[in-house]
Design a protein around this ligand. Sequence first.
Ligand code: B16
Ligand code: MG
Length: 216
Amino acid sequence: MREGFIFDLDGVITDTAKFHYQAWKELADELGISIDEKFNETLKGISRMESLEKIIAHGGKETAYSEAEKEELAAKKNTNYVELLKDLSPKDLLPGVAGFLKAAKAKGIPCAIASASKNAPMILDKLEVSHYFAHIVDPNTLTKGKPDPEIFLKAAASIAVAPEKAVGFEDAKAGIAGIKAAGMYAVGIKTTEALPEADVVVTDLTELDIDRLLQQ
Ligand code: B16
Ligand code: MG
């Protein structure tokens, strides 16, 4: 019997990937680096600074910027990204999310967020779902990003659920790898990326039967 749910944010609760892409593309254009939607797939679930490093490497400019300049570039991207989120509202929840969180709450199943995004608390507030989560892991406290299991283990500990009693929800390959390395049951949310390591893959949360999932 499963006792707790751990959710990724981008791609599971809401689709912020399109806004990340828009903001990164604007910055990349300014730097004279060309990125496309296919390249953007490789940025899913990856931290802000790692994403910037990948973009710079993609443009062959690994040595062009100092650490301070990279901090400034990442901050610039984030300012644009946050601006793009200004109209985010409950209508931007992915299908089935509101119903699933409500059902989990009614059953007394604790939920936590394991997202690489430092904007997660603000995004959850705008989506009006913060009250469903007992804890949001602070990415500033992590020593390693996904696919390392650290974020999922911290999330499970925060809701006092043993990893082998937890279910993790992820849309990114690196995230599924992290959930499996943490010893949890992994639900993959299908996007364009295949998720062969997931225990079950669905298009969205409307496809899940919560009682059956708890019995896994
Ligand atoms: P921020 P997730 C991730 O969210 C995104 O998929 C990734 O593209 C982004 O770079 C990362 O959050 C950091 O976001 O710049 O807001 O701190 O999928 O882990 O919920
Ligand atoms: Mg994600």
